[in-house]
Write a protein that binds this ligand. Structure first.
Ligand code: ADP
Ligand code: ZN
Length: 526
């Protein structure tokens, strides 16, 4: 008998205790591990920090043969390999910058069956000679880490990941496990399609972070609002995110002048100062770190009590990830964001005038809308965030600003019926801009071409300006009555719940301030 037979018969939980020193599996880890060790495919959607890596590392240790781990970043790969080696696990990586000598040694050990986990980049695993590297050693499992990189919908598209669709044919019968912390339904569907994971069981863990209080405010005076917020968190540490390096510097300086101990952090700083500020943040218990989003990767401070955003994050995923750096210790923490109409207009302009392809621009617009939907909702923030990730949640969490201080609202049922009817009557084939043209009764080439100027809904929405309708559509999106199709037009589609609005079984309650702001702005125009 070989060493493989010996470890294979060991119970996974015993391996967990012996090798990792952890007493128990967490969450759904045990289910995933049992599933892949039975030779079946899995798609794992766990939020960051819930222990995805163990779901393939432990089977890698237990199964006979070798487990191939596909990872997008060499740095990430090498970190994991170092950690595994420290646990006494035979893990290695193959990457292009490796010395010939090192690479030859790894390949020799692979053929000898001495390596349990081999980390590789996505382009390498589909190369013709790859299977030959293993000689007679069987591949037991293929793990695809950060698998959202295969989706152009996700925030991290990697062209090389598209080739991984071939793995099913290249390695028939070898179970595959794909893992990601991104779980919005679009990305999930994309991953399943692109990676041919139709038969995979999906394991999802809740994205809820119950100890984080969400608070999103419209800007009136950002600095005053921030100062008021920080004074409430006196004596604890947190992060304030800004978009630009200049704003980081200026904000940190201003806070210091106003009695808040703050330090800046961004990629353009002198490396020594940057490292010093990062260390200070790790060590001190009452420091405010003002940073660009570059800060956070690899930061594992458990007692970050707050995360504040002075600028809109790039997407809901970004917002979730950045706010998720608060409260890792499970104690009450707060996520605070200030946003203004200007940010929205500016962001829209950046997308419109950028060099990206139409496809990318469409995705960017949809991401912005999803984020604004959460900013503008009169409903529970947590519910809106979780529903973005396809997760059901109670209507009220009792731990966000809209739950604790209900906002002023208006019954937008009538306008919502108009908006939904316009989506329906135009065949659920058009994006927001065109549907709004129809509502406003605009005489455009498209409205005429499709005969939309003949529809009963044509021009029924003249009582509100276009930006107000945009806000209504975003809120309908956040409330889950519509969704944006993942097609080339970003077409609006009705969700099943929309019929309840048509039948007046539910009232659609919208935020008053969102509409008021738009109206004020419109009135101010010449
Ligand atoms: P993810 O990839 O989901 O963000 P990781 O795999 O990096 O998460 O795991 C996050 C942390 O949790 C790591 O420090 C890991 O060692 C630890 N961890 C994972 N599983 C367990 C467990 N069953 N018990 C205790 N700690 C665990
Ligand atoms: Zn709530």
């Amino acid at each position: 008998t070989t060493l493989f037979d010996a470890v294979q018969t060991e119970n996974p939980v015993d391996v967990l205790r012996r090798v990792w020193g952890y007493p128990e599996f967490r969450g759904k880890q045990a289910d995933v591990i049992r599933h892949v060790m039975a030779g079946k495919d899995a798609l794992v959607l766990f939020p960051t920090g819930k222990g995805k890596s163990l779901c393939f590392q432990l089977p890698g240790v237990c199964l006979p043969g070798v487990t191939v781990v596909v990872s997008p970043l060499v740095a990430l790969m090498r970190d994991q390999v170092e950690e595994l080696k420290a646990l006494g696990i035979a893990a290695e990586c193959l990457w292009s910058q490796q010395s010939e000598e090192e690479s030859r040694a790894v390949r020799a050990r692979l053929r000898a069956g001495e390596i349990k986990l081999i980390y590789v980049t996505p382009e390498r695993v589909v190369l013709p000679g790859f299977a030959g590297l293993f000689g007679a050693v069987p591949i037991s499992l293929i793990a695809i880490d950060e698998c959202h990189c295969v989706s152009s919908w996700g925030h991290n598209f990697r062209k090389d990941y598209l080739g991984l669709g071939k793995l099913k044919e290249l390695y028939p019968g070898v179970p595959r496990i794909a893992l990601t912390a991104t779980a919005d339904p679009h990305t999930r569907d994309d991953i399943i399609r692109q990676l041919q994971l139709d038969d995979a069981a999906v394991f999802a863990d809740s994205f809820d972070r119950p100890n984080i209080t969400y608070h999103i405010a419209e800007r009136d005076n950002a600095r005053t609002q921030l100062l008021r917020f920080l004074r409430r968190h006196d004596g604890s540490s947190g992060i304030v995110y800004c978009l630009s390096r200049r704003k980081v510097e200026e904000t940190a300086a201003w806070l210091n002048e106003h009695g808040i101990k703050a330090r800046p952090y961004h990629a353009g700083m002198d490396p020594a100062v940057k490292a010093e500020n990062q260390d200070a943040f790790r060590m001190e218990e009452d420091l405010c770190l003002v940073a660009t989003v570059a800060f956070g990767m690899g930061i594992n401070k458990p007692n970050v009590r707050y995360v504040a955003h002075l600028d809109l994050p790039s997407s809901v995923e970004g917002y979730y990830q950045e706010t998720g750096r608060a409260g890792r210790d499970g104690l009450p923490s707060e996520a605070f964001m200030i946003y203004g109409m200007q940010d929205i207009v500016q962001r829209q302009r950046m997308i419109d005038e950028g060099d990206a392809s139409d496809e990318i621009k469409r995705v960017e617009r949809a991401k912005l809308s999803a984020l604004l939907g959460i900013c503008e909702t009169a409903g529970c923030r947590r519910k809106a965030i979780l529903s973005h990730f396809g997760e059901a949640a109670p209507d009220r969490c009792g731990n966000c600003d809209t739950c604790n201080n209900p906002v002023e609202t208006w019954d937008g049922s009538e306008q919502s019926i108009k908006a939904l009817a316009a989506v329906y009557r135009t065949g659920e084939r058009f994006g927001t801009a065109h549907v709004i043209d129809v509502l406003l009764g605009k005489d455009t080439e498209r409205t005429r071409k499709f005969g939309h100027d003949e529809l009963a809904v044509f021009g029924v929405g003249k009582e509100l300006p276009a930006p107000a309708w945009q806000s209504i559509f975003r809120q309908l999106l956040a409330l889950g009555y519509i969704r944006v199709a993942h097609d080339e037009y970003g077409a609006l589609k009705l969700e099943a719940t929309a019929h309840r609005v048509f039948k007046k079984e539910v009232a659609v309650i919208l935020r008053r301030d969102a509409i008021d702001t738009v109206r004020k702005r419109e009135r101010g125009k010449p």
